[in-house]
Design a protein around this ligand. Sequence first.
Ligand code: AKG
Ligand code: FE2
Length: 280
Amino acid sequence: MNADQVSQAPAISPLSLAERTGSISTAEIISVLKGDITGLHIKQAFSSEVAEEITANFIRNPGLKERKDGVPGQYVGASHYRNDAATYFAQAEDARPFVNALFGTLVDPVRGVFDALKRELHNQGIELRLARSEDGQANVCRALSWSGTGMYALEPHDDVAQVVSAGSNYEIPAVADNTVAALNFYASMPEEGGNVRIWSHKPTVTDRKSQGVETTGYPYSAAYLDAFPCHDFQLKAGDIVLIDGGFVHGVTRQSGNGKRRLLLNCFFGFARPDLVLWWT
Ligand SMILES: O=C(O)CCC(=O)C(=O)O
Ligand SMILES: [Fe+2]
């Protein structure tokens, strides 16, 4: 048998998980960026007052929209997913006042993390900034509320395929060679479900091609994922989760009466040894 005939079974990649209560630190964030931690769950990381303010301002936000890109959900802000750079940056500029309005007069906790990380990386000779183009620049976060009705509120996916295939005029494809970190702040959670499930699998380009998700990373089938162990993060409003978005992850079905699941989300990673980019 020659090398071409050796079948490449999708690999199990071990998860390195951490969980604690309190405030997120720049050292922890950098551990995820460097690939030392795959998933970090910080409980009670921001106040319920801020969480409730964000939730109220999402529901009544004049910039609230229904997603029309095949991923069921509502959002405030902009997503680079399946958008060329001109469209994404124009949408980010248009949405900025609505994203800012999510916080009312309270201090934006995502910007707090951005500013702290920027300071720490600067001390290490590394620049952190928002991704940009001639059409504008990314926002610090977007707000998302999933409405999938099957087994998952958000189907299993990876966040890297969309970065690899973002296309010309984007700065972010270079980040796909390194860890694409996904940072989530949970503003509201249903009584039951809505867990983040992460599988012990970091798909390669070949794996994505075999599943027909080469450019989207979405969705991976339950049958494909059966071969891999997984872990559920059980979340409450006020929690933060930071993961290596290259690992397949999804959101379990939500139930309970009434409370919607709402998060603030953003992505970041090294584009060069001296530059970390941040986008949504
Ligand atoms: O809703 C979540 O907890 C995860 C969101 C996510 O994976 C994404 O926006 O790519
Ligand atoms: Fe994701």
